[in-house]
Design a protein. Sequence first.
Length: 346
Amino acid sequence: MKAIIVEETNFEPTYHNAKLVDLPKPELTEDGQALLDVHAVSFNHREVWIRKGVYPVIVFNSILGADGVGRIAELKGNSSKLKVGDRVVVMPSIGWTKDPKGPEGDHYIIGGGPAPGVFSEHYVGQQDDLFKVPDHLTDAEAAALPLAGLTAWRAAFTKGEVREGQNVLITGIGGGVALMTLLLCVAAGANVYVNSSDDAKIRKAIELGARGGVNYKSDNWVSQLQNLTHGEPFDVVIDGAGGEAFGAFSNLLRQGGIIVSYGMTVNFEVKYDMIAVLRNIEVRGSTMGSRFEFGEMVDFVGKHKIKPVVSHVWPGLESAEEAFNVIKAGAQFGKVVLTLKSDSQL
């Protein structure tokens, strides 16, 4: 089978190869496993960080990719919820079942590390980690769902406690997690506002249900946001950037407001000062989520007919380098997807 692995290089600056190789088709060795024919996969910034050598745990020659959708080709052992032919999405990590505080043991995102990923024509996973795709989603949309959807769900609802009628700020709109957070919060009835350095991305977010947005490159972006809410404070800020803007959130939030940080792409340190302490502002770290949360997210997406935003689609694993280049350039609005197979080919 064709697959994309991460191959170590010694060039400077570090950018490891994403190499297309031929590997033996995997086989089922244990009860409770399932073999998938992979239909589509999507990319996350995580794969770029792995190639840059800055991800915490990298296993070279491991298959890349955490996001995939396919149909079950074979099951080993009895299954009460799945059958051959079911279209499923893959839980993008292993080792976290249901504890809302954090993983119960060793926890790995699949792809490029100890747990092989889905950038391949076939994938073997645990049946418990496979969830039926909501019928309204295409393969490309379903492939865009797992990691971004799970991260967004936990950030918005487990950590952010977002509820109907609340004012929510989502920063850096345009990336997969930020967009999924927007869609989930809008479906939940929250009043969602966004920021970005790209006015076109703000306009697209408004088309998706945001109440408004501001360009954070403006000197007065905080007061612009306050004008949009007519002076009403925000209940929750969901942030994946960090950096200097983090210090401004205390001025936007109500007493006891919540900042959820699911990443720090701008700077690995943020400012949390005594003003925030006196205003009872909470900062809550959030990353990925449990299998239980993943199931909740998939059910919610199905109930509300949410469609993940797909920015680019290419055919075949051979197009991976084009996808990487788009992500590196930040040229996407939504997820970047490769299609491997369609239902017409089954």
